[in-house]
Design a protein around this ligand. Structure first.
Ligand SMILES: [Zn+2]
Ligand SMILES: [Zn+2]
Length: 173
């Protein structure tokens, strides 16, 4: 039984409701992909490229969050790269901050010193959260100004974007 993920590993869309998931050849839900990308056990656009996907996703982000199109496309490309369809492997995202945990040096640590399967090293060490009092609201307050500057977008749109993104993370769900 493959581990199920919470964002589509092709387009990055959150897989919140079970109806968001694509279908396998046997009709069951796909553990990895959304219904736009994957149906009946196959990609709906088998020839899609990461650049085309970033183009489309970037245009959507640009419209939704008032980000200049170039930066929205670049940012989307960066978000797509670690996904299974484009990287060729399932890279877990931190359940607290969403950072892709590319290798074990970036994984948090459990109380016994072993790697955490859920959180990154910045969020979780020795079996506990590095900042146990962190709230979703504080994360939004801290991260939105950085994002607004990086992407050249209005602060209120950056807050909405961080709010939407944190809703997909298990720590804040
Ligand atoms: Zn998708
Ligand atoms: Zn983290």
């Amino acid at each position: 039984m493959p581990e199920s993920v919470s964002t589509c590993q092709s387009c990055g869309m959150p897989l919140a409701a079970s109806g968001d998931r694509g279908t396998e050849a046997d009709g069951g839900p796909s553990p990895y992909y959304c219904r736009h990308c994957y149906r009946d056990g196959a990609f709906t656009e088998p020839g899609a490229t990461i650049e085309a996907m970033a183009e489309r996703g970037g245009a959507m982000m640009s419209g939704m969050f008032a980000i200049p199109p170039d930066r929205a496309r670049g940012f989307t490309l960066q978000q797509l790269r670690p996904l299974l369809r484009w990287s060729g492997r399932l890279i877990p995202g931190c359940g607290s901050c969403g950072m892709p945990i590319v290798d074990l040096t970036e994984a948090g640590t459990e109380a016994d010193g072993g790697p955490s399967p859920y959180y990154c090293i910045h969020c979780f060490r020795d079996g506990a959260f590095v900042d146990p009092d962190l709230t979703r609201e504080r994360m939004i307050e801290q991260y939105a100004p950085l994002l607004a500057r990086e992407l050249g977008m209005p602060l209120d749109r950056a807050k909405a974007m961080v709010r939407a993104f944190t809703a997909t993370l298990p720590r804040w769900a």
